[in-house]
Every structure is written in structure tokens, then in C-alpha cells.
Design a protein around this ligand. Sequence first.
Ligand code: GLY
Ligand code: MN
Ligand code: MN
Length: 437
Amino acid sequence: MKPQEFARRRRQLSRMIGKGGVAVLAAAPVRMRNRDTEYPYRQDSDFYYLTGFNEPEAVAVLVPGRAQAEYIVFCRERDPAREAWDGPRLGPEGVIGDLGADDAFPIEDIDDILPGLLESCERVYHTMGAHPEFDARVIGWVNALRERGPDTHAPQEFVSLDHLLHDMRLYKSRAEQAAMRRAARIGVAAHLRAMRAVRPGMMEYEVEAEFLHEFRRHGAVPSYPPIVGGGNNACTLHYIANAARLADGDLLLIDAGCELEHYACDITRTFPVSGRFSDAQRAIYDIVLEAHDAAIAAVAPGRHWNEPHDAAVRVITRGLRGLGLLDGRLTTLIKEQAYRRYFMHKTGHWLGMDVHDVGDYRVGDVARMLEPGMVMTIEPGIYIPRGLRGVPKRWQGIGVRIEDDILVTRNGCEVLTAGVPVEAQAIEALMAAQAAA
Ligand code: GLY
Ligand code: MN
Ligand code: MN
């Protein structure tokens, strides 16, 4: 993403904060996996959104209207000896030259410099709770000013930064939409590859490996641990062990997506290991597909956040009732949420830099109205684990979810992940073509 995109975001936030405000954001810390081995570094999404800076041990400060410098960054200095181990650092000069900071200082100097930046401000905009140690430091810098005595001005107010920033992040710019299309394209390729690769007898982790290879070969990483669940494992919503053998005759549920340039995709497909749905599997599958289609049809500007979910609930409840898996009046079953026995999660979530992205789902008492630029998932499912009481055997061990990523457009919506087939027949045709090849 170009530096101008980040500059535009900082200008937008600065306008909202206004003169007298100061925003303070910390980079994500390096996290240890065990002993001296680190997890791959992932920058804090808010921090990256405003800075485009991908290093730990940094603090960004935005002081709208300040004469000398409005955008100041504290970061690690260049250090050839350390860089030989950990790779290059931008250093203060690089942050000014490459990332458009007005001024930049070594992170070691922050206690001396930052209180001075806060002194002229009334309101400190900060995201409390994301990094508790950093919260304590921000309070410490304000207190340091207060302790200087009555002649020193100190900000009087802490304001939640996430409220402003997360509303900005909810509306994806053209550059962000393009990034999300790129991530989606890789996710789609990986799902197609898996559909072609699956054979009875394979291990779930072998299928996972197809995803990891496809992601990494395009420079992407998984945006969450892939879920590759055959048969009954599909009924465990967060199944990530991926350690079982795929049985002929079972369905396989794969929920896997990648992150590219800090933007995520999130895709689920469910298909038969053998390449052919059984009648029972197909009956459940087609209900979920109908719910998926009905939910997507409810995504358009002016519709509300709850409408896709309500549409999916109606289709799933009616379908399960038709199969005899729910018993009662349709309206009563919906009102009493009887479907939750089989469909226990929401139909979607915001999607962006985080898989479960930021942004309010309600405004006051009302579900949020959908507007162009918002991106959400649509992911209805039906899960009937083995041993579920009162359910005939033929339905047991079937778990189905279908998940796509949807951009709200001016006229309706765009399915970013439409490249992976969802129709049962189309999936069977794709798998049959592969088997014949
Ligand atoms: N993969 C996480 C989700 O579908 O929400
Ligand atoms: Mn999802
Ligand atoms: Mn998912």
C-alpha cells in the first residue's frame, strides 16, 4: 500500500481528533513461542493502519495542528550488529524518509520527549486494554506532567481512540478493497487446489499442507489456524488438530483463509471426500447453501446487519423442520431459537485487517445499517454431531458450513470469494474432472 494511503488515514483521524487532542499508539510487542523462539511478528492492526510501519518497539503520536511536527514516531535506532541477526530496521531517519513521519526519535528517549508533546494537549486518545503495559506508561507520562506542579499544563481527559479508528477501519477504501481482493484470490486458489487434491485415506493435515503451500507461495500467511475437519470433526467449530484420516463417504469441512499485506480472507467449503454427496449429506448441504444464498441476497446498502442472519435462520429452521429434525411451528421455532441446537453461531462478522474485524454491530439499539465499503462474511452452517440425542443415525456426523467474503457496494454486493464453487453439482463436477485427469 502506498505511503499516501497511510497519510490520508492520518489526516482523516486528525480531523476527528481536532486541535487539543493527541493520539498515542503502540506497536505490537514481539511474542515468545517458547524459550528464545519468537512467533512470526504481526504488527498491531491499528498501529499498522495509521503508520504502515512493521517493526516492534515503536510508538506513533499524532498531534493535530502542532506547528513543528504533527506526526511523530519513536522507534528502534539502526544497529548493524543487531540487524545482522534480526534483519534491517528503518531507524528514525527511515521512518521520516520512507513513511512520512514529520519527526522521529529513538524509542529510548520517549520518557524525556513524549510528556512534552502531551503538555500542550487537552485530550489523550488511546486504546485502553490492548497492551496493558503500554496503558500504564501512557498514564505515567500524563502523571509525570501533573507532578511537575501547577505551572505545567497536563491533559485532563482520556478518550477511547478505538471508537474513532475502528469506525474508519470498518469502511474499506479502494486500496483496501483491492488488497482484500488479492488476499481472496489466493484463498480461492487454495480451496480449489484442496478440492482437487483430496482423496479418501489422506490425513487432514495433508490437506492443510496444500493450503499452507498455496498461501506461502504467494507471500501470504494463514489469517487463522486452518480448520480441516472430516466427518464428525466438522461438528467441532474450532477443530484445528487436523490429525485424522479422511474416510471415504465422509464430508470434509475446510475453513481456511490467508492474510496478505495485513488484510484477511476467510473461506469455508464443505465437500465429500469421495467426490459424491450421499443423499443425507446433500439434503443438509442444500439447506445451508440456500441459507447462504438468502443471506447474501440480504447484503446491500440500506439493509441492516441482522438481516442476512435472519434470512439464514429462516431458511435453516424451515429446512431442518422439513427433514424432521425440528418439530413445531416455524415462527415458534425461530422465536425460541430452536435452530441453535444445529446452528449455534452468527451468520457472519466484519472482515478486514483482523479476521473478526473491528467496527460496531449496533448503533444504540439498532443493528448497523450496511454501507458501501463494508466487508463481512456470510457463513451459515448446520452441525449434527454423532450421538446427538433424538436424531436418526443417518444425519449424525454431518457438519456443513459455507463461508464467503462479501463487499457491500453502491448497488448491492460483491462476493470476493466467488471463485470456489458452492453448488453441490459444481463441486462434484470439479472433483470428477480431477479424478479423470
Ligand atoms: N475462521 C473463523 C471464522 O469463520 O469466523
Ligand atoms: Mn468467518
Ligand atoms: Mn472462517
